[in-house]
Design a protein around this ligand. Structure first.
Ligand SMILES: N[C@H](CCC[C@H](N)C(=O)O)C(=O)O
Length: 302
C-alpha cells in the first residue's frame, strides 16, 4: 500500500495526515501502528484520516499509535482544518468537521494564504459518568479519589492496615474520556510509571487520557498528559479543555469568558469557557512539517 501524507503537529502533538476524500484506506489500525514508529516508520503520535462526510464539510478519523481509534482530537482537528484549506479541498471559513465525538466548527486564522492557527468550538463538557464512560456511583466525579494500588501493612502495634495509593481527580469527556489531576510539580512525575495505571484503571472501561496539572497563576496552568493508546504526548487539545473545565469547577484558575493559558510541554493552548453557550473553545497553532509518500510493507498490514 502506497499513499501521500503530510506530517503536521499542534504544539508538538504530531500525526500523519492522509487525504481519504478520493480513496479509502484499508486497515488504518495497522497503518497507524506502522507510521507512528520513529525508527521504522515516520514517527508520530498516530494517524489521522481526512474523509468525506454526509453531515459536515469533512470527517476526521483519528488513530492512536497503538492502532486504537479515538473519538476526538483537539490538536488533530485544527491540523485537519489547515490541511483542507491549504491543499484547496475547500475555501470555507469556518469549516465543519464530523468526528466520533460530534460535529465541530473551526474558525481559521489565515496569514499569507495559509492557515497558521485555528479556533475550535469543542462543545460542552460531558460529566455524566455513564457517558464518559466511567463506572462510579457518583453523580459527577469531581475531585474524588481514584485508588491506584492498595497494600496491606503491619503496624508497630502488630495490627494490619490497608494502605491506599491514590490521586484525587476530576473525570470529564470532551468527546473522549479525560481524568484531570492537580499536582504541585508536573516535572517531578514519573509518567511512564503512573500513566498506564490511570489509562487501564478498572473504573474506566474504555481507558482514559490523564492530565497532570500545576497551577502557575490565576490565568496560567501547566500540564503533562498521558494519552490512552499513545503514551506521553507533548500536548493534547481535548485534554487542555478538560483541564480548563476542572480548573473552573474547582476554582483553581481561569474565569468564564476569559482565555486560560494552558501550557503543554510542546506549546501554549488558549482555552475559553463561554458562559452563554456553556461551550469550550480551543485555540492554538497548526503546523505542517513536511509531506511525502510512503509505502507500507505487506507484512506490516497482516
Ligand atoms: N491528542 C488528542 C487527543 C487524542 C485522544 C486519544 N488518545 C484517545 O482518546 O484515545 C487531542 O489533541 O485532543
Amino acid at each position: 500500500m502506497k499513499f501521500k501524507f503530510s506530517k503536521m503537529h499542534g504544539c508538538g502533538n504530531d500525526y500523519v495526515y492522509v487525504d481519504c476524500t478520493q480513496q479509502e484506506m484499508s486497515n488504518p489500525e495497522a497503518v497507524a501502528r506502522f507510521v507512528s514508529r520513529y525508527h521504522y516508520g515516520i514517527g508520530s503520535d498516530g494517524l489521522i484520516l481526512i474523509c468525506p462526510s454526509e453531515v459536515a464539510d469533512f470527517k476526521m478519523r483519528m488513530f492512536n499509535a497503538d492502532g486504537s481509534e479515538g473519538k476526538m482530537c483537539g490538536n488533530g482537528i485544527r491540523c485537519v482544518a489547515k490541511y483542507v484549506y491549504d491543499y484547496h479541498l475547500t475555501d470555507k471559513n469556518p469549516v465543519s468537521i464530523e468526528t466520533l465525538g460530534g460535529i465541530k466548527t473551526i474558525d481559521l486564522i489565515i496569514d499569507n494564504g495559509k492557515v497558521t492557527e485555528a479556533k475550535v468550538d469543542m462543545g460542552q463538557p460531558e460529566t455524566r459518568p455513564r457517558m464518559i464512560p466511567m463506572i462510579t456511583d457518583h453523580y459527577i466525579f469531581v475531585d474524588q479519589s481514584l485508588v491506584l494500588r492498595e497494600t496491606t501493612i503491619v503496624g508497630t502495634d502488630n495490627k494490619t492496615y490497608k494502605e491506599k495509593f491514590f490521586f484525587n481527580g476530576t473525570a470529564v469527556s470532551m468527546g473522549n474520556p479525560h481524568f484531570v489531576v492537580f499536582v504541585p510539580d508536573v516535572d517531578a512525575l514519573d509518567l511512564e510509571d503512573l500513566g498506564p495505571q490511570f489509562e487501564h484503571h478498572k473504573l474506566f472501561p474504555e481507558g482514559v487520557n490523564t492530565e497532570f496539572v500545576q497551577i502557575i497563576d490565576e490565568n496560567t496552568v501547566k500540564f503533562r498528559v498521558w494519552e490512552r493508546g499513545s503514551g506521553e504526548t507533548l500536548a493534547c487539545g481535548t485534554g487542555a479543555c478538560a483541564v480548563n473545565y476542572a480548573c473552573m469547577k474547582l476554582k483553581k484558575a481561569g474565569a468564564m469568558d476569559k482565555p486560560l493559558n494552558v501550557q503543554a510541554r510542546g506549546g501554549m493552548l488558549k482555552v475559553t469557557y463561554e458562559s452563554g453557550s456553556n461551550h469550550i473553545y480551543l485555540q492554538g497553532p497548526a503546523v505542517e512539517v513536511f509531506s511525502g509518500e510512503i509505502e507500507i510493507p505487506e507484512e506490516a498490514l497482516q
